[in-house]
Write a protein that binds this ligand. Structure first.
Ligand code: GRF
Length: 218
């Protein structure tokens, strides 16, 4: 039976990668992680991949063209049908994105278009917002800009520091990223310009966390 092969890009601890692996292993997604590539040779994400018998690669990103050629080759050789940025901190070139557009998604720990960039959680906290959250989106040629797939909103609580807020958001990232892969695998994501239409079907609302607002399609 056909199974979607997912290629994961990660730069850090890989808890989003772990959520994807777990969702695949639990049969929540009809997919498998075919390979994990990191620009950080010490990324714990690479260790997580190894622990699960998933091929893992360090790819030096100091030469962006070479780095992207390696990503293209490694994922191409493994018939990857969807690339997922799971805590991946590099900007991909327009050429690379053009080739994979519609088959490459990302998770961002804020409600885009607010708080783009490398510290969405801290920027939101410092700004003093009362509600923030996380976003999955298709990657396009601009940073943190592509058509949005799912969003979920969480409260900022009195006494929150960056870590406590980031931890609250992270739990929800671990839900909407696997769900976005699931929707892609089911063929339920249609891109219409800036908008993503999610075709009707099953729901993951049984997994909803209390006090979190999920966009249509979760
Ligand atoms: C997550 O909040 C992710 O959105 C951000 O880095 C945090 C850790 O991600 N880019 P992970 O644990 O490496 O998946």
């Amino acid at each position: 039976m056909f199974m979607l092969k997912v290629g994961v890009l990660a730069s850090g601890s890989g808890t989003n990668l772990q959520a994807i692996i777990d969702a695949c292993n639990e049969g929540k997604i009809n997919a498998e992680v075919a390979a994990v590539i990191s620009d950080n040779r010490n990324a714990f994400a690479l260790e997580r991949a190894r622990e699960h018998g998933i091929e893992s690669f360090f790819s030096d990103a100091s030469d962006k063209r070479r780095h992207e050629e390696e990503i293209d080759r490694i994922f191409g050789e493994r018939d990857v049908g969807l690339i997922v940025g799971a805590g991946y901190m590099r900007i991909l070139s327009p050429q690379f994105v053009k080739k994979w557009y519609g088959r490459i998604i990302n998770i961002h720990p804020a409600l885009l278009p607010s708080f783009k960039g490398t510290d969405g959680q801290g920027d939101a906290l410092r700004y003093g917002v009362k509600i923030t959250g996380c976003t999955t989106h298709f990657i396009d040629e601009e940073t943190d800009h592509g058509p949005i797939i799912l969003q979920a909103a969480v409260r900022v609580k009195d006494g929150d520091d960056r870590d406590s807020l980031a931890a609250r958001i992270l739990k929800v990232e671990h839900q909407i990223l696997p769900r976005s892969i699931d929707l892609f695998e089911q063929g339920r994501l249609e891109i219409h310009g800036r908008k993503v239409r999610i075709l009707p079907g099953d729901s993951w609302m049984e997994y909803a966390l209390p006090d979190v607002l999920y966009s249509e399609g979760f």
